[in-house]
Design a protein around this ligand. Structure first.
Ligand code: 5GP
Ligand code: ZN
Length: 139
């Protein structure tokens, strides 16, 4: 897509620091470096996000994620690594070319803080069954 910043990175119109590239995907350092080694993995074929991506495109991309994650973790002796993928503005997506963040973790104050708030007290078992049913009828 001509006005997409990540397509421009793929085409070399915008510079980037690449760590892995093949005919279908590119992995390059995120300019924000939430933590040292923070990497983005993107398909070369433009799609906005998870709601559009073809199964074979995401399957190939994720087939490389464990190898890239382990390599990044080992390169800096990180203790762990978060995988993050934002879809839609409300979910924090700011670049609308599908991408997976690989964020190596060094400790609780290393620059990245994923927070999942526990709302389990707000839902009964029946509520959960109703939610599951609503989803399953759409599968
Ligand atoms: P999102 O918020 O969409 O999940 O993530 C977009 C990411 O792209 C952000 O973490 C941001 O730092 C990164 N980013 C935006 N523009 C550029 C750029 O020109 N080069 C690189 N390397 N990263 C970028
Ligand atoms: Zn693009």
């Amino acid at each position: 897509m001509s006005n997409c910043i990540f397509c421009k990175i793929i085409n070399g119109e915008i510079p980037s620091v690449k760590i892995y590239e093949d005919d279908r995907i590119l992995a390059f350092l995120d300019i924000s470096q939430a933590t040292k080694g923070h990497t983005l993995v993107i398909p070369k074929e433009h799609v906005d996000n998870i709601f559009e991506v073809k199964e074979e495109v995401i399957a190939y991309l994720f087939s490389k994620v464990p190898y890239l994650a382990k390599t990044i973790k080992d390169a800096f002796n990180a203790e762990g690594l978060n995988i993050l993928n934002n879809n839609g503005k409300v979910a924090g997506q700011s670049v609308f070319h599908f991408h997976v963040h690989l964020i190596p973790r060094y400790g609780s104050e290393d620059g990245y803080q994923p927070v999942l708030i526990n709302h389990m007290d707000d839902y009964t078992k029946e509520d959960l069954e109703k939610i599951a049913e609503q989803i399953k009828t759409k599968l």
